[in-house]
Design a protein around this ligand. Structure first.
Ligand SMILES: Nc1ncnc2c1ncn2[C@@H]1O[C@H](COP(=O)(O)OP(=O)(O)OP(=O)(O)O)[C@@H](O)[C@H]1O
Ligand SMILES: [Mg+2]
Length: 286
């Protein structure tokens, strides 16, 4: 099945206002439905039998010890694992009901809809303006891009800081500004989803706070999946949290990433169902 620009998403904002009590609160529709996901790097099964649902316009955090497969799972959401030669993905990753791994699906179109922000800010060695205008240009948008550049920089909370130096190099910005620029660049192509892999780990606490505020501000418009090692961050920003662990497989001696549980963030941090989650979030493990 092909993805078309005319697909619309249901407006859930009204339904949320009609909420009567938490028990019958409407549940946001799923943007991603992942079933039986297994990811291999050559002979290594890095991620084993993961089922995960990501709800629309929520922030979903992926947490867990190093090597448990968080980045690997995140990359399945926009087919970034395609770019790794030895990676192989099995199982189903449905986005808005469409199988992202269907041979008819164009991975470039997928990445336009589902943008990504990386751990280390990676602006292009171009001007601030050109960084943001790049995506729309590549997507064939003609004419004056001033408006989309301003709108994207505003959304990323960066406009006031850079409006007088749009033509200067992005490489002259601070790390926090560069990361917000990367978010502006991702937003400029009007995606549905933002995937963020430890977006604050190279930033100081003030820059981190700005990114967290920004995430909360834009979550009405975007579905966000964030990988973070910072549990306070997961607790502060996310609606739901998925805890992963790496389990030793007796047969092969390999460590495999597994999803332990996915629940409301409050539940994961205060009353998780699984004792491994509890040990991790209370700092007794990992
Ligand atoms: N490109 C790759 N080639 C080979 N193995 C890989 C590759 N990327 C990840 N792996 C392996 O897959 C497993 C999961 O890695 P992944 O990077 O997804 O973990 P992670 O949870 O994101 O860890 P971290 O918290 O350290 O970022 C690890 O055993 C890792 O060594
Ligand atoms: Mg990682």
């Amino acid at each position: 099945m092909h993805m078309t620009e005319s697909e619309t998403r249901p407006d859930i904002s009204l339904a949320a206002d009609l909420r009567v009590s938490p028990d019958d609160a409407p549940v946001a529709p799923d943007v991603f439905t992942v079933r039986n996901l297994n990811v291999f790097y050559g002979d290594l099964r890095a991620v084993s039998d993961v089922d995960i649902d990501v709800r629309e316009r929520e922030i979903t955090a992926l947490i867990g010890p190093s090597g448990c497969g968080k980045s690997t799972v995140l990359r399945c959401f926009n087919r970034m694992n395609d770019l790794i030669d030895i990676a192989r993905v099995e199982g189903s990753v449905l986005y808005q009901g469409i199988d992202l791994y269907d041979p008819q699906v164009d991975p470039v179109a997928v990445r336009r809809r589902i943008g990504m922000v990386f751990q280390k800010p990676n602006p292009f060695p171009k001007s601030i303006y050109d960084n943001v205008a790049y995506g729309p240009k590549v997507a064939g948008q003609k004419g004056n891009l001033d408006e989309v550049v301003e709108r994207s920089l505003r959304s990323a909370g960066l406009w006031e800081e850079v409006k007088d130096r749009l033509k200067s190099s992005a490489l002259g910005m601070s790390g926090g500004q560069q990361q917000r620029l990367c978010i502006a660049r991702a937003i400029a192509v009007n995606p549905d989803v933002l995937l963020m892999d430890e977006p604050c780990s190279a930033l100081d606490p003030i820059a981190t706070g700005r990114i967290e505020e920004l995430m909360k501000e834009i979550q009405n418009e975007y579905t966000i999946v964030i990988v973070t090692h910072n549990m306070q961050q997961a607790a502060r920003v996310s609606d739901r949290t998925a805890f992963f662990t790496a389990e030793l497989d007796e047969g092969t001696g390999q460590r495999r990433g597994k999803l332990v549980e996915l629940d409301d963030t409050g539940t994961i941090f205060s009353n998780p169902a699984d004792e491994r989650t509890e040990a991790y979030v209370t700092g007794r493990f990992g």
